[in-house]
Unconditional design. Structure first.
Lengths: 393, 82
């Protein structure tokens, strides 16, 4: 209890920095070996960061999505894989916090997440759905008090390390593909048989392997609200915002490294402006655009939450899609620019200015929910939604 | 009005079930209405009723059932008449 009091006496940002420092220490090893960042996740648990989103009355700290985006960005500045795991955990937890309150089992689960610092993984992707998470092929079977599910889950990030998995399926085996539910399965209630490995360009620590999932659990672990509503009312927005927080963190650290390079050059040649200085000024403006974009997303989400109908409005969906597009493209633009500033020192591994890991990690941004899919979704919405022409509205 | 909505739904809804089998208050998303189809349906409604959907009615709820679509259309027709 004293440990808890000590941890909670510190601000969220202080606790995030504590975990980020550990993540940074092992980031290169995690990347090189393509292994789970267990030290960083242990540090997150020690700093009690996995349960902060849980409401206070259920043993958490009621942290906002803005708080969590800030922490994602802080950890990402040291290790993007660790930060992405933190963000994905909180995206799943947001589905519980937004849609599980008032339900005895789900409230109990949230308590456990806060008390025991459980790590939650997600399984939405399935073989044969073409990457559209709003479709499922597998259907959950309910028999008496028990539900059973088998899913060809082609990607479950940190599936092996998680303490629970939130998994989508059809509401029953004969339901339409879009008639989905999401169910919590706790470790011990499922088996995972590995089908796809995770040897990737970047984000190597998320261990997003594919599995044949087989689970059996009490049926109250199925979230009562249809997944269509969970996705529309909270999950997609939280996802785009928290991912953007992760990508912003990668960009911030790339710019910090480029700035260190320019300042070192300035000190080596007093009185003259280093060659990269102008480019640094340029990239600082690009970074600010990403930051403004994420902040605008957070504000829009807060406003929409106060008025639930607008959470599913086309205008809000267009805005959230745009935030994901802009930050996922912007981070690559920033890193490329920083590469020009630090040149070979950025291109090489094992220099203080190296951007290899940053660049490879950031390339995941455009394909985590493919930007082409998001563009085609927005183009459809724009057949209906007319843009808001006011600057502040 | 419901008959016209049903006609447009069968034309644009690309549902896996027959529109005649769907009750007025049944959840169209659960019946398989995709976001692409809901926009196509909205364009069809705009054309058929010579109206324009205002942004505040472009949300999931407006297209959630045949009854909800009719209610939404009535609101729009009233707003446009006013």
């Amino acid at each position: 209890m004293n440990v808890l009091a000590e941890v909670q006496g510190k601000s969220l940002v202080e606790r995030a920095r504590q975990a980020a420092a550990v993540a940074g220490q092992f980031a290169d090893d995690v990347d090189r070996e393509g292994r789970f960042p267990h030290e960083a996740v242990a540090a997150m648990k020690e700093a009690r960061l996995l349960g902060i989103q849980v409401p206070v009355h259920l043993g958490g700290e009621g942290a906002s999505i803005a708080d969590i985006a800030e922490i994602s960005s802080i950890i990402s500045q040291e290790c993007a894989s660790s930060s992405m795991i933190f963000a994905m955990h909180h995206i799943k937890l947001s589905s519980e916090v937004e849609h599980g309150i008032g339900d005895a089992w789900h409230e109990g689960f949230m308590r456990r997440v806060a008390d025991e610092q459980l790590l939650i993984a997600s399984s939405t992707t399935e073989a044969g759905i073409g990457g559209n998470l709003r479709n499922s092929i597998c259907g959950i079977e309910v028999e008496g008090d028990i539900c059973r599910l088998t899913k060809e889950a082609t990607v479950i990030s940190y599936g092996e390390q998680a303490d629970a998995i939130l998994i989508t399926s059809r509401a029953h085996p004969d339901a339409a593909m879009t008639d989905q539910v999401m169910t919590v399965f706790l470790k011990g209630q499922y088996t995972l048989e590995k089908t796809h490995d995770w040897d990737t360009m970047g984000m190597r620590g998320t261990r997003s392997e594919g599995f044949l999932f087989k689970g059996e659990a009490p049926k109250e672990q199925i979230l009562p609200q249809p997944f269509a509503e969970i996705a529309a009312e909270s999950m997609l927005a939280v996802c785009h915002i928290l991912w953007s927080g992760v990508w912003y963190g990668i960009a911030v650290n790339a710019v910090a490294r480029a700035q260190d390079f320019v300042r070192k050059a300035a000190k080596a040649n007093p009185g003259s402006m280093p060659p990269g200085a102008l480019r640094l000024a340029e990239v600082s403006s690009k970074l600010q655009l990403i930051k403004s974009n994420v902040i605008a997303g957070l504000q829009k989400y807060d406003e929409a939450k106060a008025n639930p109908a607008s959470l599913t409005s086309m205008g809000f969906l267009v805005a959230m899609n745009n935030i994901k597009l802009a930050s996922s493209q912007g981070v690559l633009d920033v890193i490329n620019h920083c590469m020009l500033i630090a040149g070979i020192a950025a291109y090489k591994n094992n220099t203080p200015y190296s951007l290899s890991r940053h660049l490879r990690d950031a390339h995941s941004a455009q394909i985590m929910i493919s930007n082409d899919r998001i563009l085609s979704n927005t183009s459809n919405l724009l057949l209906a939604h007319k843009q808001n022409t006011s600057l502040l509205g | 009005m419901k008959e016209q909505i049903r006609d447009l739904l069968s034309k644009h809804g690309t549902l896996p079930v027959a529109v005649s089998d769907i009750a007025d208050d049944a959840d169209l998303y659960a019946a398989g209405l995709s976001s692409f189809a809901s926009v196509q349906l909205m364009l069809g409604l705009e054309e058929a009723f010579d109206i324009e959907f205002p942004d505040h009615l472009l949300n999931r709820k407006s297209f959630s059932s045949i009854q909800a679509i009719e209610d939404t259309l009535k609101v729009i027709l009233e707003e446009e008449a006013a």
